[in-house]
Design a protein around this ligand. Structure first.
Ligand code: CTP
Ligand code: CA
Length: 235
């Protein structure tokens, strides 16, 4: 097949992207976090802008600089990300949830730094941290859209696979559960993908069409493949 023409194909389109990984605070100096670098989300923002889109990037704890013309909104935690997204869902034609959102947060935030117990005989003492579920932001976006056809909603899923269950199979299940239009599945391990410039993904489609495989390739190339698939769903 010929290279799809991408020059300006997003002109007049509004794209909202989340990137990075949320941090769930325990106290003023500690948090629960994850290994997401934000590179894939920033690459999506750069490519969408290069293809003519207006781009808003909700960035969680990524130490990267955005491409010129991209509006960056910085957040820390999952709840902050949800709040930030709320202000832009009506604006967006496409929403890409590339961020790694924490599933849980500490039930309690300590206003002052937590201290060890120093009394004699407490050397092996350790606190138990109770977690509570964070809202599923992506599922919430799908629910809020209801029967409307806009915005196009794209999820990401980093999967390691499990004994007897392939990354593909887990991705299919997740796509059905989330109800988004596209699910970009990438295989991860501690040394695979996180922080790297190259990525391999399978783009699964809610419309039943065959999955689109992309990579191994630079995250800009992966971003273009994701934007191609989303563009084909724009009304
Ligand atoms: N996501 C979200 N809100 C959450 C968790 C995840 O919006 N609280 C989004 C992510 O940004 C991503 C997609 O959902 O686009 C899939 O995230 P993932 O962690 O793979 O899915 P989960 O439903 O949390 O499933 P798992 O149990 O595998 O973590
Ligand atoms: Ca999760």
């Amino acid at each position: 097949a010929a290279e799809p023409s991408r020059a300006g194909d997003y002109a007049g389109r509004r794209v909202l992207i989340t990137a990075g990984g949320t941090r769930e605070p325990l106290d003023p100096v500690r948090f629960l976090g994850n290994r997401s670098s934000g590179k894939q989300g920033y690459a999506l923002a750069a490519r969408a802008a290069a293809r003519g889109a207006s781009v808003r990037l909700i960035s969680a704890n990524a130490d990267l600089s955005a491409a010129p013309g991209v509006d960056v909104i910085r957040v820390g935690s999952a709840l902050e990300m949800q709040e930030a997204i709320r202000g832009h869902t009506d604006w967006a034609d496409v929403i890409v949830m590339a961020a790694a959102v924490a599933d849980y947060r500490p039930a309690v935030y300590a206003e002052s730094k937590m201290k060890k117990t120093h009394a004699p005989g407490t050397e092996n003492d350790a606190p138990t941290i109770t977690l509570v579920r964070n809202p599923d932001i992506l599922a919430g976006l799908v629910a809020d859209r209801g029967a409307a056809t806009s915005p196009v909603i794209v999820g990401f899923a980093a999967e390691t696979g499990e004994p007897g269950r392939s990354v593909h199979e887990l991705g299919r299940e997740k796509l059905a559960r989330k109800g988004c239009d596209l699910l970009v599945v990438n295989e991860v391990g501690v040394d695979v993908t996180f922080g790297r410039d190259e990525n391999t993904v399978h783009i699964l489609r809610q419309d039943g069409g065959p999955p689109i495989d992309a990579g191994p390739a630079r995250k800009e190339i992966i971003a273009d493949a994701v934007l191609d698939a989303a563009r084909d769903l724009l009304v």
